[in-house]
Design a protein around this ligand. Sequence first.
Ligand code: ADP
Ligand code: ASP
Ligand code: MG
Length: 403
Amino acid sequence: MGLIVQKYGGTSVADVDRVKVVAQRVIKNKEAGNDMVVVVSAPAGMTDELIELAHEITDEPPAREMDMLLATGEQHSIALLAMAICNSKHCAISLTGYQAGIRTDNVHSKARITEVQAERITKMLDEGNIVIVAGFQGSTDDDAITTLSRGGSDTSAVALASALEADVCEIYTDVDGVYTADPRIVPEAKKIDTISYEEMLEMASLGAKVLHSRAVEFAGKYNVPLHVRSSFNENQGTIVTKEGEAMEGVVVRGVTHDKNQAKMSIFGVPDRPGIAYSIFKALASAEINVDMIVQTVSKNEKADISFTVSKSDLRDALEIFKKVGENIGITDIAYDEDVAKVSVVGIGMKSHSGVAAEMFEVLAEEDINIQMISTSEIKISCVVKTEDTEKAVKAIHRKFIPS
Ligand code: ADP
Ligand code: ASP
Ligand code: MG
């Protein structure tokens, strides 16, 4: 008995039958004596459809109105789930992100949660209600609706679990947990029973979309225990928790890929102090995340810099360079959207050398060219051509994950 926060993703509430199944699972937990807060996503595919709808009207929808539109997907789900629960003689109340007290900064489409004002939820729980909250959305100080970036309902759930000091935050999805690679690409991938926040954060940031990376960041910071599991069965899933002693024994925990990447190169960058700062400061101010920065050795006091951004940020990044580039004398800009990032992640790499060489060997054997490389203590990433992604992930998985 305690307080449980559950989050159900798009496939788990894809249609009315699925919503009824979720309602029964929630009720079972409530009848076992738990207080229940349930976060839901829009039905699978609805967020994409809403984006397409906006683009039928304009190529550049105003960010505020886009968030207003996208937030409706989650509202659809909370109302239906509350109805399904009320139908079974239990009391359920649905709340939008705003009503649930989820406050964010004002960066539309990728807002960060700044505060959760949980009094309203606590009061409703005390009155015996099951509280259903729309994921993926919050509101600014000016009461504008914001969204938390794609996949952000996981983050809503973790933020609520932390604010309410929940006993556990369960993330229900369409796979049995976190696997050693995306099971859609590597059918032999294995379910991971326990994974550290640190490794999970790397995996999520590097493309394992089973969890939103900010959700993992938040969970690690506030020590929220996560249980990732399937809403289609009762199997035990994956526990995401603090690093345990046994965890360093595994060198590579997982292999990830991210096709939402673009490579940008800027040429003729003056090689003097302050230039890199002015370039990357401009991108950071626009909330554009940059990764894998490579600078060539300078010739005639000019260098070339290549880096990756997410595909969805490419357009904004190009706009910024048109302005910044002129000021600092960049001679040319190029970009390539036909790239993907393939990575291996594992805490064990901290104490185990040679993984990078082995990964490059596998890619060489598969005749896959590596365009860029970046490493940290617990990960190695390579940029390859998009068409090589699946082949690379399968081969790297075969090499590092024992069958
Ligand atoms: P939800 O709508 O429930 O949030 P998502 O589609 O966001 O679900 O995430 C679940 C999907 O993540 C799975 O169907 C799977 O294809 C994909 N995925 C990618 N990498 C992994 C991984 N390492 N382990 C499990 N699933 C993964
Ligand atoms: N519905 C949103 C999306 O499709 C948020 C989520 O599912 O977590 O990205
Ligand atoms: Mg998701």
